[in-house]
Design a protein around this ligand. Structure first.
Ligand code: ARG
Length: 278
């Protein structure tokens, strides 16, 4: 039996960088409509439990040294807790969200106003897109999902506004309806993903771009383990994603487990609750 490389050598290669996140406390959280296969209005969800779990996530970020800003929740917008969908922010430029479903339509302008009020340069989108739910930013490119929510025309619009190459990836499994349910950046150059969530061509693109990617199993994907947030070293991930967590540790990352089971009833995890301001 061969020994694995010592974790110390791997660890030293993963520096973290301080992040700034925007979050929205789930005071009005509910599952009162269904726009993805996770959501069952008959089963519902409990806002108080969601708030408790969300507070632990926020604390995890703060104890890692990150800054968390808050946007006020709006009554009647139960999914507003999923801040990732609110916009895409790259180098201080804010590309606004334009939601696919009318139930969430009012969230786009609310998030865009938060940024405009603080002096950011904003762009109201002409095409349907759900912010960081479908756009994940790396150093030299933005990975962009399509197939369920975000229109390919919005990929082009984001590239033009942000000046960073956008790579389109097609999602094919309705359980993984946003790119951030199937893939997360480990740092500015490498990613972890669940291959089966992507079309054959997109899988080949991912293999070419990221030969060293962490590949997740169906079991990890089904607990929304890919909906994780990494600062380059610390990976905040759903506690149930045990296989993925082991592999991350083996590669020298620090795993920070969180329990967001109540938010998963709406199809969301740690990343969905987190919009990065970069
Ligand atoms: N219920 C929400 C929806 O279907 C969940 C959004 C999760 N957000 C995310 N970034 N994946 O729109």
């Amino acid at each position: 039996m061969t020994l694995l490389p010592s974790p110390e050598t791997a660890t030293s290669g993963h520096p973290s960088t301080a992040r700034h996140y925007l979050m929205c406390r789930p005071e009005f959280f509910a599952v009162s409509y269904s726009i993805n296969p996770w959501m069952d209005p008959a089963r519902g969800a409990d806002a108080a439990t969601a708030v408790r779990q969300w507070e632990a996530l926020r604390q995890a970020y703060e104890s890692l040294g990150h800054t968390v800003s808050l946007i006020d929740p709006i009554e009647g917008l139960p999914d507003m807790v999923f801040a990732a969908n609110g916009a895409l922010v790259v180098e201080g430029r804010v590309y606004g969200a334009r939601f696919a479903h009318r139930e969430r339509a009012a969230e786009g302008p609310a998030y865009l106003r938060w940024f405009a009020d603080r002096g950011y340069e904003t762009l109201e989108a002409s095409f349907t897109n759900e912010g960081e739910g479908d756009y994940l930013t790396l150093d030299d490119m933005i990975l962009a999902g399509t197939g369920f929510r975000t229109d390919v025309a919005a990929h082009m619009e984001a590239q033009e506004f942000l000046g960073r190459p956008v790579v389109t990836l097609r999602l094919v499994d309705p359980r993984f309806y946003h790119l951030d349910t199937a893939l997360f950046p480990l740092d500015g150059r490498n990613v972890a993903y669940y291959p089966e969530a992507f079309s054959a061509g997109s899988r080949r693109v991912l293999e070419r771009l990221f030969p060293d990617a962490v590949l997740a199993s169906a079991a990890d994907a089904e607990v929304l383990g890919l909906n994780a947030v990494s600062d380059g070293r610390n990976v905040v991930v759903n506690v149930e994603a045990t296989g993925l967590s082991l592999e991350l540790k083996r590669r020298g990352y620090e795993v920070v487990p969180v329990d967001l089971s109540e938010l998963r009833k709406s199809g969301g995890g740690p990343k969905c609750c987190t919009l990065e301001i970069r």
